[in-house]
Design a binder for this molecule. Structure first.
Ligand code: MG
Length: 384
């Protein structure tokens, strides 16, 4: 029996890589649904290549155009379209690869409909982990990480020894500004921040990698996935991005997972779990790699890493507020409305200003998310 897969975010970097993995194992996987925002020309090609039963796009007019071209295809649109596609009874596994908090509702809908989830959209856990994890357990579904660090941890996590874990070590490439002097940070332009040294990814996560916000999010993601506290998670900079993370057990043994930096490695494991399938991922030649280096992250230079630990300890809806502020700050930076150093400033001020009391329900988390966005927008007006 083929595993039936739907992808939320099929035209983004993770979506495209997922379809490459699927096309290399056509006897194992079948595509049921594809959802994207506005990149309809890419989606049309995917429809022709993978013959999904249903698709969903961001807007109604785009859906109408697609329906005319593909009269036999079920074409949906908007938030409702995403949720319907995520819940569809023909699907076994939903790849959650949207960007930002907008992935929360469709991912939750998929879990409630008993779909296994391959999770790339880390903001779902950052903002709504308190809501998502109990539902994952209640419905007995698998939450399989696609984020490379978490896939690595998942692969070396010994469930029977979970109480013997001393700490988790998340590796970070350090981003494009690892060696750039802090004094020059006010001059950083979007083009420089978008040049990631190791990974080719979407714009939001690339900027988040340049500020190390992404690593802070990943720390929170790891807390939820592996039921750990922030104090059990350490970050180490590893510029080669070959060791994707490690677990240190109490007997002094450390387990690491290595691969070439290619998202098809973690994606294929999430799709094929518990089995492993053949992939074209480039094999590491360790003699050619020669050296793996590590250094401590500079939290003065990258204050968002420190802030994320404070926010994680506060818990409640604070991580949702931090994520919302980051989404707004990154967009404003890409529009050149605020400077690179104003990204952490804006996020930190938004989090400090939070004094509401949204509950940890779906409505509450979405309310906190909306509050964070509004507050960040207000602060941008003051800054710019
Ligand atoms: Mg990652």
């Amino acid at each position: 029996m083929k595993k039936k897969i739907s992808i939320l975010g099929s035209t983004g970097s993770i979506g495209v890589n997922t379809l490459e993995v699927i096309s290399s194992a056509p006897d194992r996987f079948e595509v049921v649904g594809l959802a994207c925002g506005t990149q309809v020309s890419v989606l049309e090609k995917q429809i022709e290549d993978f013959h999904p039963k249903m698709v969903s796009v961001g807007k109604e007019d785009l859906a109408r155009g697609l329906q005319q071209k593909f009269p036999h295809l079920e074409v949906l649109w908007g938030e409702e379209g995403l949720v319907s596609l995520a819940k569809d009874s023909r699907t076994d596994l939903v790849v959650s690869a949207l960007v930002g908090a907008r992935g929360i509702e469709p991912t939750l809908a998929a879990i409630e409909s008993k779909k296994d989830i391959a999770l790339a959209n880390k903001e779902v856990l950052v903002a709504a982990g308190a809501l998502i994890m109990p539902e994952v357990h209640r419905h007995g579904v698998r939450l399989l990480p696609i984020d490379s660090e978490h896939s690595a941890l998942f692969q070396v996590f010994e469930n029977h020894n979970r109480n013997s874990i001393e700490k988790i070590i998340l590796t970070a490439s350090g981003g494009p500004f690892l060696h750039r002097p802090k004094e020059t940070f006010p001059l950083v332009v979007p083009e420089e921040a978008l040049k990631h040294p190791r990974w080719s990814m979407g714009k939001r996560i690339t900027i988040d990698s340049a500020t190390l916000m992404n690593k802070g999010f990943e720390m929170i993601e790891a807390c939820w996935l592996f039921d750990l506290s922030p104090s059990q998670i350490e970050v180490v900079v590893h510029p080669q991005s070959i060791i994707h993370s490690l677990i240190s057990y109490r007997d002094g043994n450390m387990l690491a997972c290595l691969s070439a930096p290619d998202m098809k490695a973690p994606i294929s494991y999430a799709l094929s779990y518990p089995e492993r399938i053949s992939t074209e991922v480039v094999r590491l030649n360790l003699a050619k790699v020669k050296e793996l280096t590590f250094l401590e992250p500079d939290v003065e230079k990258f204050p968002l890493l420190k802030l994320s630990y404070e926010v994680a300890k506060k818990g409640d809806v604070y991580p949702a507020v931090m994520n919302a502020a980051d989404e707004i700050a990154v967009e404003a930076f890409l529009r050149r409305q605020i400077s690179f150093v104003q990204i952490p400033q804006l996020i930190s001020e938004t989090v400090s200003a939070y004094q509401e009391s949204f509950p940890l329900s779906l409505e509450g988390i979405l309310g906190a998310d909306a509050w964070g966005r509004r507050k960040a927008e207000e602060l941008i007006k003051v800054l710019s």
